[in-house]
Design a protein around this ligand. Structure first.
Ligand code: CU
Length: 122
């Protein structure tokens, strides 16, 4: 009699496992879509566009800076709090790799701090 109870419990566990991995609604388990896609920043006329960039906390991210300003002012972008800097080539897209960061606001700017932006990690 006892072994029947154990078999029933074991079967229930298997059914639950199958349900959880294959049959349960998928919606809640999907990662947030679109977070890594539209992170291109235009560097032009003294402003970063957009100048406020939202990214997810705890997740490495790539920002793509497109520099269309030939003046030396726009040549570098610095994220002082993240200890990251990148040299931007004119009329090209430069990828800047950001490490996973804690939630918060991280300013970024050119080497002369004329171009200014804020990275919002949340
Ligand atoms: Cu500058």
């Amino acid at each position: 009699m006892e072994s029947v109870v154990i078999n029933v419990l074991g079967l229930a566990a298997i059914v639950l496992t199958v349900w959880w991995f294959w049959l349960a609604p998928k919606g809640s388990r999907q990662p947030a879509a679109g977070v890594a896609e539209a992170l291109q920043i235009l560097v032009k006329d003294g402003v970063y566009e957009p100048d406020r960039i939202r990214i997810a906390a705890g997740k490495a991210t790539v920002l793509k800076f497109r520099r269309e300003d030939a003046s030396p002012c726009a040549e570098w972008v610095l994220f002082p709090d993240l200890e990251i800097s990148a040299q931007l080539a004119v009329d090209q897209v430069t990828e800047v790799q950001l490490p996973a960061a804690d939630a918060g606001e991280y300013p970024f700017h050119c080497q002369m701090q004329m171009y200014r932006g804020t990275l919002i990690v949340e």
